[in-house]
Design a protein. Structure first.
Lengths: 768, 154
């Protein structure tokens, strides 16, 4: 944070708070980047008389406003990150409220629109709390100090005699015991200067009021009563509904179109072409033909009547089965060295017990419960959009480019997100709505079907890995070689991009924290034939699957217990030098001195998960097994122990899961538990069932019957979450419990059956 | 003309009788608590009650609800203390939702389950709730909330 300003009398929250409110703005970016204020806009929810939603537009046009105080005592806090189910819309404001000594029940949260003045808003990478913890605290502390000063001024007593605690939302005059509510201080505080940042005294941890305490998510009751506003629920008067037939193959174009039957469907008004993208595709719409109608159903029905002949283009050569063989051949040959320590070749040449294994993880789809959807209204060179997006600023960029208007003319309101998992960082669907609104002159809602969602995703990439190690006399590896090949995320943004980036390779590949004297990580080229994107925990999925499975294979070869061997691989407690983690190691953007790789923390979660699971203490019957895996990602340490039982048909049933997590300081323990529980289910789905395949460039799956996910009877039966108490800085929560799950499950299956799973999903080997 | 009651309010519909109830509720009545998830009855996000029974609104044509009493998530709590059905109260108490998108369907399904099976076993819950997908993976809390609401729900 650069500085905090008192903006009470500058009208920045006009329309959101009253003129007498006390408002602090936190300046996160240089002023030059701040957008100019524009007028207030209407909110989108309301055909059935539901609350009109937060007047989001009004707030977000003003620079960096995070906290306001009404004369009636209501505290208004702006959420500038998107809420997709991880709870950040609740957690971040609670950090402010804690330092401010505000009464949480009197806090109102207002969702920000997309604007560069907020700094990066892309809600991914599990860093909302990590990146804004300190800023939120300082903002809350400044407000508290100013309210105390305001009370002293109103009472005409020394400020040293006044304090804000212990009762929330009041200032007390210690000598007399008299109190005054925050609301009554708003007008005075609004005229005070902001204290210097280095004069602010943050509350000691022992006095935290909300941080570390469980809390219901802010939107809980609205969600449970059907009133919460998702993108799917956005509505503008006079809007039309559109459904888009996309080219079945990436890069395909319409050869010929016959829409005569579609136009006969009652309620269908017109069809409209959407331009194909100009490579690289990035976030541009895929192109195709939209059917525009009076309601969603009519648009869907009309679409079924379209007769389109496609020119499928070069990617029609893509078949996922043969492509897999190419990838597997790539990693059997020397590849580009991503990171090297010692000399693995010399060690391999010495002979000794050597193991090799290849692992495979297919393409995966996000399949959030809410398919992509957006409402856009184009008028006079300006677009206003309502959408469930992780990155409203990328909506501004993308819509601006697609329509040829300045991005400042694109206003993006962020609704609640019905799941996202990385998909909704890519706003192609919002650009479709904007383009169609421009063509029709009416507000347009674009609704993707589930089939559209699964067939036209930005897929989690397919990856083949190859592992080789040689064991010394004590059974520990003296040399370890690992190679991967996967179409990289960079292929979405750059033509001919075929190698993993430092970011991808730093997700569990170059930073493998094992004690191995000779270690080499390599990466081979892979050409993308579908859109590649990021999915919850990204490259960690296939890296952890290979590394943690192979570690268990070595344990077995060495005749040792899997847990004991894993702890020996992690080795003595130490902080690893950043220079030993890869040349381009970016540590997810976290300062390495605050967030180093600390093997003590990795060992501790491993031991904790094992202990809680009763590792080695429980007698396992025939067909039962337990497995464990540990992985650091998003600067958080997670270990998961999974217990399984095989049924008579040889299918796996996941019983108890113990997940231990060290994510530093925790703002909301219940949110952490919820994310750990959810990650186990998400990862169980991808391990058991997750697979996207393609034939002649077109995706074979389309809905939950062929892209299944765990249902309540297929999910892990019990998930126990164990949070390590820590005063380290806060780290990531949403993603890091996904990567260790698949290898832990497969390690358990190995114990139960003696079968080593090297390819996902388990349906491929008849185990699910 | 199809006549029905939605959350106790008399309604009439004269459009395409094949239109699924879900789109009528969402696009025509603005009752957007009923969610579109898959369109083919595989995920349960659109679950509503038709004459007290849980149905998938995405697979229920308007022709099938002529004369029916339809209750959606917006009407579920009507007549209950605080405007919340015991299942909704249990969902709140267990902080069940993450993204929340599927939860209206989960709640409607759970309410119907408890009506027919007031004290469900784990196997009953598995069977009763297996048609509802939660991509965020809140099943453990859903199970706990159903057990908490058991016996109280009507």
């Amino acid at each position: 944070m650069n500085r905090i300003e008192n903006v009470s009398r500058r009208g920045f929250l006009q329309g959101v708070v009253s003129t007498g409110a006390f408002v602090l703005g936190a300046q996160f970016v240089p002023e030059a980047l701040c957008a100019t204020p524009s007028e207030k806009v209407a909110a989108p929810f309301g055909p059935a008389g539901y609350p009109a939603g937060d007047p989001v537009g009004a707030t977000a046009f003003h620079p960096n406003v995070f906290v306001g105080l009404e004369p009636d005592g209501t505290v208004v806090i702006v959420a500038h990150r998107s809420e997709m189910g991880t709870g950040s819309r609740t957690s971040l404001p609670r950090i402010v409220a804690d330092e401010m000594e505000a009464d949480w029940s009197r806090v109102r949260i207002v969702q920000a629109i997309g604007d560069a003045k907020y700094g990066g808003q892309d809600t991914d990478g599990s860093h909302s709390v990590r990146s804004f913890f300190d800023d939120m605290r300082q903002c809350g502390a400044a407000a508290r100090v100013m309210l105390v000063q305001a009370a002293a001024r109103q009472w005409n007593v020394p400020v040293t005699e006044c304090e804000a605690s212990p009762r929330p939302h009041v200032v007390v005059h210690r000598p007399t015991g008299r109190t005054i509510g925050y609301g009554e201080l708003a007008a005075t505080a609004a005229r005070l200067p902001v204290p210097a940042k280095d004069s602010l005294q943050l509350k000691p941890r022992s006095e935290w009021r909300y941080i570390g305490q469980d809390a219901a998510i802010y939107d809980l009751e609205e969600i449970c009563t059907g009133k919460a506003g998702y993108g799917m629920d956005a509505h503008l008067d006079g809007m039309l509904y559109a459904s888009v037939e996309h080219p079945p193959v990436l890069g395909g174009r319409v050869d010929s179109l016959d829409d005569s039957e579609a136009l006969k469907v009652p309620g269908v008004r017109q069809t409209a072409a959407i331009d194909p993208f100009k490579p690289p595709h990035a976030f541009q719409p895929l192109g195709g033909v939209a059917v525009i109608a009076d309601n969603t159903w009519a648009a869907f029905q009309g679409r079924k009547k379209l007769k389109i002949r496609w020119n499928n283009g070069d990617n029609a050569s893509f078949n996922s089965e043969s492509y897999r063989k190419e990838l597997e051949q790539t990693v059997r040959q020397p590849c580009k060295v991503a990171w090297n320590r010692g000399d693995v070749d010399a060690e391999f040449a010495k002979g000794g017990k050597t193991l090799e294994a290849g692992y495979y993880v297919p393409l995966l789809a996000h399949a959030s419960m809410e398919p992509p959807v957006a409402v856009a209204d184009y008028r006079d060179g300006r677009v206003e959009a309502w959408a469930p997006v992780q990155d409203p600023q990328s909506v501004q960029d993308t819509v601006g480019k697609v329509l040829g208007i300045p991005k400042e003319n694109v206003i993006c309101h962020v609704t609640l997100l019905g799941g996202a998992f990385g998909r909704k960082s890519k706003p192609d669907f919002v650009a479709e709505a904007a383009a169609l609104s421009k063509k029709t002159g009416r507000p347009v809602k674009v609704v993707w079907t589930r089939e559209d969602d699964i067939r036209f995703d930005y897929y989690h990439t397919v990856a083949a890995t190859y592992m080789k190690a040689t064991l010394g006399s004590n059974g520990m590896p003296t040399a370890w070689l690992q190679r991967s090949a996967f179409p990289p995320i960079g292929s979405t943004f750059e033509l001919n991009n075929t190698y993993g980036s430092g970011g991808e390779l730093g997700m569990g590949w170059t930073d493998t924290p094992f004690v191995i004297p000779n270690f080499r990580a390599e990466n081979g080229p892979a050409v993308a034939h579908v859109r590649i994107g990021w999915l919850r925990s990204v490259a960690n999925i296939y890296h952890a699957f290979a590394v943690q499975s192979f570690a268990a294979e070595l344990a077995h070869a060495a005749g040792r217990d899997q847990l004991e061997y894993l702890l020996a691989l992690i080795g003595p407690d130490r902080v690893i030098d950043k220079e030993d983690l890869g040349a381009d190691y970016d540590n997810m953007g976290a300062d390495y001195k605050d967030y180093p790789v600390d093997t003590a923390r990795l060992s501790r979660v491993t031991q904790l998960a094992a202990e809680q699971a009763g590792w080695g203490k429980r007698r396992l019957g025939a067909g039962q097994g337990i497995g464990i895996a540990a992985h650091r990602s998003f600067v958080t340490y997670v270990a998961t122990a999974v217990q399984v039982e095989m049924d008579k048909q040889g299918k796996v049933h996941i019983g108890r899961v113990d997940t231990a997590v060290d994510t530093g300081t925790v703002v909301s323990p219940d949110s952490v538990r919820n994310q750990m529980e959810g990650a186990a289910v998400f990862a169980a789905s991808l391990t058991k069932y997750g697979e996207i395949t393609a034939t002649n460039g077109a995706i074979n799956q389309g809905n939950f019957q062929d892209y299944p996910m765990c249902r309540i009877n297929e999910a892990p039966r019990e998930i126990h979450v164990h949070i390590v108490e820590s005063d380290a800085p806060p780290a990531g929560v949403g993603e890091p419990a996904v990567p260790p799950f698949a290898p832990a499950l497969c390690n358990a299956i190995f114990m139960a059956t003696g079968k080593r799973v090297r390819e996902l999903p388990l349906t491929r080997s008849g185990l699910a | 003309m199809i006549r029905l009651k939605v959350n106790g309010v008399a309604r009439s519909f004269s459009g395409d009788p094949q239109m699924p109830l879900m789109w009528y509720l969402r696009d025509e009545l603005g009752l957007t608590g009923t969610k579109f998830g898959c369109g083919v009855g595989l995920c349960g996000s659109c679950t509503v009650h038709q004459n007290g029974t849980a149905v998938r609104a995405c697979m229920t044509p308007m022709s099938a609800v002529a004369g029916a009493q339809v209750v959606t998530i917006e009407g579920l709590g009507s007549g209950h203390a605080g405007g919340l059905h015991p299942v909704q109260k249990a969902w709140v108490a267990h902080n069940v939702p993450q993204c929340g998108y599927c939860q209206a369907g989960q709640i409607m399904q759970a309410a119907a389950l408890l009506k027919s099976t007031p004290h469900p076993s784990d196997a009953d819950i598995d069977q009763g709730m297996a048609g509802n997908i939660c991509r965020c993976g809140t099943y453990q809390r859903i199970r706990a909330a159903i057990k908490a609401a058991a016996g109280e729900a009507v």
